[in-house]
Design a protein around this ligand. Structure first.
Ligand SMILES: Nc1ncnc2c1ncn2[C@@H]1O[C@H](COP(=O)(O)OP(=O)(O)OP(=O)(O)O)[C@@H](O)[C@H]1O
Length: 229
């Protein structure tokens, strides 16, 4: 689905990663790991098309697929004067176009997405009044609304409590079972080993691919907040 050909990513012509070769197969679930500053976020930005490769290339799916990109929380403006409902409604834009009013059925979909992440009671709240974990749940609800086939997530679980991580992981597994391709930047090796079949590790000199015997958490257990995660 996505192929890296001697891809080096970085800024203003300066590469921050070694050359990357390999493939993200359609329907794969890949953990992107590496030390701070190794270039994980930069690779995601490149995959999202936000910045061009420094050298080499990345071949994207043809025909193009809809993608959703969840940046690190630090990148997200919490003081935006909108409601939680509005944030999730933004997930409809790829389908409806910018700033179009949501239909009655989309309104129901948005409330269902908020219910799925346990945030329906906060629909009218402002993002600035939410905790980090609550905001992350809302951003996941927006991602669900996007109905994307390629999900790019940058450290989605940092600072999030275990129960919420279990819920969000179960949602990712559901998307994976629906055939989505996922690339997730992670630092927690236990989560990587238990949930991700493929690992792309970025080192300072070279990158490596690893295949895991991931143990998928049963969805129902994760939804109940089970401890298996
Ligand atoms: N906008 C930018 N312009 C120039 N250099 C940048 C920019 N953003 C990041 N960098 C540099 O690129 C390198 C890789 O940064 P990146 O954020 O991709 O690392 P990371 O692996 O995601 O790190 P972390 O685990 O700390 O989030 C770092 O040396 C960083 O200083």
């Amino acid at each position: 689905m996505i192929t890296f050909n001697q891809l080096r990513v970085g800024y203003r012509g300066r590469a921050v990663t070694p050359a990357i070769d390999g493939t993200l197969a359609q329907g794969s679930m890949t953990a992107l790991v590496g030390a701070n500053g190794s270039g994980k976020s930069t690779l995601l930005k490149t995959l999202a098309g936000a910045i061009p490769p420094v050298s080499g290339s990345v071949s994207r799916p043809n025909p193009p697929v809809r993608f959703a990109w969840l940046p690190q929380q630090a990148d997200i403006e919490k003081q935006f004067p909108v409601s939680v409902f509005d944030i999730v409604a933004m997930g409809c834009w790829p389908r409806t176009g910018w700033l179009r009013a949501v239909s009655r059925s989309q309104r129901n979909e948005i409330m269902l997405a908020l219910e799925t992440v346990g945030m329906d009671a906060f629909a009218k709240a402002q993002p600035g009044t939410l905790s980090g974990g609550q905001l992350q749940r809302v951003l996941f609800a927006r991602m669900l609304m996007q109905q994307a086939q390629l999900l790019l997530l940058d450290e989605p679980f940092s600072g999030i409590d275990e129960k919420t991580v279990a819920l969000l992981l179960s949602l990712l597994h559901e998307r994976h079972q629906d055939g989505c391709t996922l690339v997730v930047v992670l630092h927690d090796s236990q989560t990587v080993e238990r949930h991700f079949m493929q690992v792309l590790r970025i080192g300072s000199e070279q990158v490596s691919w690893q295949q895991n015997q991931a143990t998928v958490v049963p969805l129902a257990a994760a939804r109940r907040g089970g401890t298996s995660c």
